[in-house]
Design a protein around this ligand. Structure first.
Ligand code: PGU
Length: 455
């Protein structure tokens, strides 16, 4: 018997064992104390106990800047507490909910009695078709001509990670440009995949808007052939997107520099309420004949967070290229997780494949986007009415999507949590999807207090 014991309770167990089994000699190589029981009802028993853990060199990891906020929220017992940390949709009653159309699809799946056999490495064929169609439009020539390599993967994060592994393997000298700021996990993903990255300017604190000139200049200054990570819509965390004209200009620069556009599309349909409108940026780059990477997620727009359903798409210059790229993505996925989960993929395929359910989904998505727009407006109204300093809060209305980037700094964000029990990420981002109309005034009080009374 061997064990790695480190807690006080475990040490006590080890001491007790040592007593029973008579101490024994310490093994110089393993650090284990080896004892042989003198008598145990006729059987001879070997006992090993470890004095020092083999994990001494493993430090405690810090809590995750986003998901760790939910852990802290759960531990708070105050009635006023409000979780605006994670980007997860809540109803007006601040409860998580499953879309009706998802329940309907699940019931149909249950009635059909579908099996749980392994999916192929690339995932569910009907899902892969549906997801590329939603992204690019079913009539897009790149789809018709077989130029799109699509692999179902583990939601947005897993799809980004797979693409990062592909970049590391086939573009070892390239770096990825990411916006400053960006979703916190982007840096982790590229770090773990050993893909070098640097930041391009994005947010201008002076205007609380887009630093478009800085963005263009940094993308222009990067080595030719870099990957440029772009948020397809509803930029996280700022909620600030380029205008259609600015997207055109970005496409010009990226094309001139022979860069590879790499879209992260985690909010299609959630920003404007329209799937097509939110795919504008991606489709623009594809129309220009560029090769493009796109990671997709169904966590938000279909509320499938924990089902882990998403895809990586690589739009290639020719069908034969897409075949090769897809074969290598499969080769990367196989030793990582072998094949993706089926349940969420079936939901997407069934919803998109049935005109009635597809219509119902769009309606529900519009409702979710609409509820967020309502609280955004109410928060702005409350801030404007309550704040006597003359500060212009209209930036809140020009941001879109799930989040508002308040401009609160770390200390001010701490005050929001410590004094007001409002949980949010330390970069000043609040998830409006976790807010309801009833709490807008309370939130406005907290923001005004933190903004004016904390440095
Ligand atoms: N890309 C962006 C821009 C995101 O905001 C998120 C989720 C993802 C990808 C990954 O989502 P998947 O669930 O893997 O599909 N961001 C949320 C959710 C919490 C998190 O950090 O994973 C957020 O609150 O920022």
């Amino acid at each position: 018997m061997a064990s790695s014991l480190s807690s006080p309770a475990a040490s006590a167990v080890a001491a007790a064992r040592s007593k029973v089994f008579g101490g024994g000699k310490k093994d110089g190589r393993t650090g284990c104390r080896v004892g042989i029981a003198r008598k145990n009802f006729g059987r001879v028993v070997m006992a090993l106990a470890v004095d020092t853990s083999r994990f001494e060199g493993v430090p405690m990891a810090p809590p995750d800047p986003i998901l760790g906020v939910s852990e802290a929220f759960r531990a708070d017992t105050n009635d006023l507490k409000l979780n605006l940390g994670v980007g997860a949709y809540r109803t007006e009653e601040l409860q998580p909910s499953v879309l009706n159309v998802v329940k309907k699809a699940e019931n149909l799946m249950l009635e059909k009695g579908e099996n749980k056999e392994y999916l192929p490495i690339e995932g569910l064929a009907a899902f892969n078709k549906a997801t590329a169609d939603l992204l690019l439009g079913a009539d897009n020539p790149v789809i018709k001509q077989g130029q799109v390599a699509t692999l179902q993967s583990l939601s947005g994060t897993g799809s980004l990670r797979l693409a990062a592994a592909f970049i590391q393997r086939y573009f070892p000298d390239a770096k990825v440009l990411i916006s400053s700021p960006t979703w916190g996990n982007h840096k982790n993903i590229f770090n773990d995949a050993r893909v070098p990255w640097s930041e391009y300017r994005y947010y201008d604190p002076k205007t609380v808007g887009l630093d478009f000139e800085g963005m263009v200049a940094d993308i222009q200054a990067a080595p030719d052939g870099s990957f440029v990570l772009l948020h397809g819509c509803a930029h996280n965390p700022t909620g600030i997107d380029p205008t259609p004209e600015q997207w055109e200009k970005l496409a010009d620069v990226i094309q001139e520099k022979n860069h590879m556009p790499f879209f992260d599309v985690a909010y299609q349909g959630f920003a404007s309420g329209s799937l097509d409108e939110d795919a504008f940026s991606v489709r623009l780059f594809v129309e220009r004949g560029l090769e493009v990477f796109v990671a997709q997620s169904y966590s938000k727009n279909l509320g499938l967070y924990s089902e882990r359903v998403g895809a990586i798409n690589v739009i290639c210059s020719a069908p034969e290229v897409a075949d090769r790229v897809k074969s290598q993505l499969k080769r990367l996925a196989r030793p990582m997780y072998s094949n993706p989960p089926i349940h969420g993929a079936r939901i997407v395929a069934n919803v998109v494949g049935d005109p009635t359910m597809f219509g119902e989904w769009k309606q529900e998505m519009e409702q979710m986007a609409g509820r967020i727009k309502n609280v955004r407006q109410k928060l702005y109204d409350s801030l404007s009415a309550k704040d006597q300093s003359g500060k212009d809060w209209s930036f809140i209305l020009s941001q879109i999507g799930m989040f508002s980037y308040t401009g609160l700094n770390r200390n001010q964000s701490d005050n929001m949590t410590d004094k007001w029990h409002i949980y949010m990420t330390k970069d000043g981002r609040i998830s409006l999807a976790g807010l309801n109309l009833a709490k807008c005034e309370y939130l406005a009080d907290a923001i005004i207090d933190s903004f004016h009374n904390v440095n």
